[in-house]
Structure formats: structure tokens, C-alpha cells
Design a protein around this ligand. Structure first.
Ligand code: ITT
Length: 202
């Protein structure tokens, strides 16, 4: 079975490939196939995940899996949420597109700091996975992990906002915990458990 992983985010691709490894699925990345990156015009995680999955399935004529995810902060009314990637300005590192995650985390911290030292720092990561087939069928799975926003950022592993997120029940950030632990408890792992139960009979 072949599956296109419809993401241009290297951190996500690494985690998704590892989560799929036990199921004997051949993963092809959107980058490897040279698929275009569709504009994320949706206002919900599900809309964006479906948009990316359908675009890739159609272009590659293969089933495709997309991941739309983000960090929601309680005291900020759930922001940045669907706009988590947009809060980081695009940067160009020697010709490679990238984003300034430190700046984006600092923006969250700046807004929290305005609410005073006693501000509620609770937040959660959401992950919505969409799988689409070239014929147009689709399915959606949602996952979540609760935690606290920490400042300054800690750790060098993971990607995106990992250094500023301390999952519930832990003292270390997602960027300090071993990847195996993140893969056990993350929003992505939560959504994956639902996906594999239904799609891969695990
Ligand atoms: P694709 O659309 O190509 O998959 P993207 O980075 O644009 O890549 P999103 O629109 O879903 O993806 O943005 C989600 C952002 O949320 C992502 O760029 C990260 O900064 C953040 N994020 C999601 N999951 C995360 C995780 O496990 N750890 C840290 N940050 C995460």
C-alpha cells in the first residue's frame, strides 16, 4: 500500500513516517513527488487538512494523508489555533523556506505577559488528520494533548512550538523529551490511534 504524506513540514513528515512504520505502508512525501503546496484558505483544522489531502491525492493519483495542526492558548481565546504557522514570519535560510518559530513563541508570550504574572498558561496542541482518495472519498481524525506554555523556550529536539510546550504530567518540554515519549502522548499520536484503528485495522 502506498500513501502520499501531504506535508511540506520536515518535522511532521519525520513523526508521521515513524508513526506509520509498523503498518507496512510505503510513504511518499509531497516534497519527493514535487507536489505543489496548496494555499490553506480554510478557517478550521479539518477544512485545511481536507484541502491538502484532496489536492495531493488528485495530483499524485494515490491516497494521501494530510495533517493540519496548531497550538491553542486558553487565555488567548484559543489563538493562534489554525493560524499557528502564520504567526511565524517566513524566512529564507540560504534559499530554503523556513519560519521564525522563536519569534512566534515570543508573540504568544508577549500577549500572555500583558495579562499579568498570574495568567493561566494552559494550552493544547490539536492535530487533525485527513485521508483522501483520488476518487474523492475522505475521512478525518482529530487528536489533542493538553499542556502549559513555558517561557523561555527549552530544548532542541522536535520542531515548531515544541520548546514552549510542557505536556500535562511532565516537567520537560516536547523539545526536551525523547521523541519516543512525544510520539506516545502527542496530539498527532492521539489522532493516529484513531486513524489506524479505522483504516489499517490495528
Ligand atoms: P504543512 O501544511 O505542509 O503540513 P505547516 O507547517 O504549514 O505544514 P500547519 O499549517 O498545520 O502546517 O501548521 C501547524 C503549525 O503548528 C506547524 O508549523 C508548527 O509550528 C505547529 N505545530 C504543529 N504540530 C506541532 C508539534 O508536534 N510540535 C510543535 N509545533 C507543532
Amino acid at each position: 500500500q502506498r500513501l502520499v504524506i501531504a506535508t511540506h513540514n520536515a518535522g511532521k513528515l519525520r513523526e508521521i513516517s515513524a508513526l506509520l512504520a509498523p503498518y507496512g505502508i510505503e510513504c511518499l512525501s509531497a516534497g519527493q513527488l514535487g507536489l505543489p503546496e496548496p494555499e490553506e484558505t480554510g478557517t478550521t483544522f479539518a477544512q485545511n487538512a481536507l484541502l491538502k489531502a484532496h489536492a495531493a491525492a488528485k495530483a499524485a493519483q494515490l491516497p494521501a494523508l494530510a495533517d493540519d495542526s496548531g497550538l491553542s492558548v486558553t487565555a488567548l481565546g484559543g489563538r493562534p489555533g489554525v493560524y499557528t504557522a502564520d504567526w511565524a514570519e517566513r524566512q529564507w535560510f540560504e534559499g530554503d523556506p523556513g519560519r521564525d518559530w522563536y519569534m512566534a513563541m515570543g508573540k504568544v508570550e508577549g500577549l500572555l505577559a500583558q495579562q499579568g504574572a498570574e495568567v493561566d498558561r494552559s494550552c493544547w496542541f490539536s492535530c487533525t488528520l485527513a485521508i483522501a482518495w483520488p476518487e474523492g472519498d475522505e475521512a478525518v481524525y482529530e487528536g489533542r494533548v493538553n499542556g502549559a506554555f513555558c517561557w523561555p523556550p527549552r530544548g532542541t529536539m522536535g520542531f515548531g512550538y515544541d520548546p514552549a510546550f510542557i505536556p500535562e504530567g511532565h516537567d520537560q518540554s516536547f523539545a526536551e523529551l525523547p521523541l519516543a515519549e512525544k510520539q506516545r502522548i502527542s496530539h498527532r499520536a492521539d489522532a493516529f490511534a484513531k486513524l489506524v484503528a479505522e483504516q489499517f485495522g490495528a
